[in-house]
Design a protein around this ligand. Structure first.
Ligand code: DX5
Ligand code: ZN
Length: 212
C-alpha cells in the first residue's frame, strides 16, 4: 500500500490547523513545497509556516526544496524536525555531497527532478539517496495536469533500483489523484503526493482513503 503525502501548498492557510489535523487523522506524511521564485517561477512559503505545521504535526514532514543552493538550508530544515528532505537535481552542483549533508543531519535524503530530465541521469546517485522524487508535472505550481509518461519513468527507475538491490523509495508528485493512484503504485511508486485532489475536495479524508 502506498503512503499518502498531502501537499500543504493546497491547504487553507487561513485555517491551517484544520488541514494539519486532517493529515494527522488520515494520511502518512506532510509534503511541504518550498519555492524560491528562482529555480521555479513561483514563491510558496518559508520557515514560519513550516514551524507552525511542525508544532501540530503528528506525522513525519517531507520538505521538497525547489530552490537554488539547497545545501544552504539543510541544517535549518533539520531543526524544524523534517524527517525527509529532497533537493532538485537541476539545482545541485554536487548531488552526492548534498545527499550526504542531508543524511548527516539525520534526515532521509531525496533527489527530485523535472519531467524533462532523462530518468537515467539519477541512476548514478541512487547509492547516496534514500528516495527519488519523480515530478509528474513541472515543479512550481499545484493543480497542474498529470503527465502520462511518468508511468514509464517510474517503471524504468524501479527496475534499476531492484536490479541493484537498493533500498530507495520512489515518490511521485504532481497531478496525483484517486484516478491514477493505483496505476502509479503498480508502476512502483511508494509515496504519492497530492495537493489539490485532497484539499480542493469536499471530503479530503475520503480522497486519501480512495488513494490508499
Ligand atoms: C509542485 C509541487 C507539488 C504540488 C502538487 O511544484 O511540488 O507538490 O503541490 O500539487 P497537485 O497535487 O495539485 O498537483
Ligand atoms: Zn512537491
Amino acid at each position: 500500500m502506498p503512503l499518502i503525502a498531502p501537499s500543504m501548498l493546497s491547504a487553507d492557510f487561513l485555517h491551517l490547523e484544520k488541514d494539519v489535523e486532517t493529515v494527522n487523522s488520515c494520511a502518512d506524511i506532510f509534503h511541504l513545497d518550498i519555492m524560491d521564485g528562482v529555480l521555479v517561477p513561483n514563491i510558496s512559503y518559508g520557515f514560519p509556516v513550516v514551524e507552525a505545521i511542525a508544532s501540530k504535526a503528528s506525522k513525519p514532514m517531507d520538505a521538497h526544496l525547489m530552490i537554488i543552493h539547497p545545501e544552504k538550508y539543510v541544517e535549518r530544515f533539520a531543526k524544524t524536525g523534517a524527517a525527509m528532505l529532497s533537493a532538485h537535481l537541476e539545482a545541485m552542483e554536487d548531488p552526492s555531497a548534498v545527499m550526504g549533508l542531508i543524511r548527516s543531519c539525520g534526515m532521509k535524503a531525496g533527489i527530485a527532478f523535472n519531467p524533462d530530465m532523462p530518468v537515467e541521469k539519477v541512476f548514478r546517485y541512487l547509492d547516496c539517496c534514500d528516495f527519488v522524487l519523480v515530478m509528474s508535472v513541472f515543479a512550481g505550481f499545484g493543480g497542474q495536469k498529470f503527465i502520462e509518461s511518468t508511468y514509464e519513468r517510474i517503471r524504468t527507475l524501479k527496475s534499476e533500483i531492484d536490479r541493484r538491490g537498493l533500498d530507495v523509495r520512489i515518490e511521485v508528485d504532481g497531478g496525483v489523484s484517486p484516478a491514477n493512484s493505483s496505476a502509479l503504485a503498480a508502476a512502483g511508486a511508494d509515496i504519492l503526493v497530492a495537493g489539490s485532489a485532497v484539499f480542493k475536495s469536499d471530503d479530503p479524508v475520503a480522497v486519501v482513503k480512495a488513494m490508499k
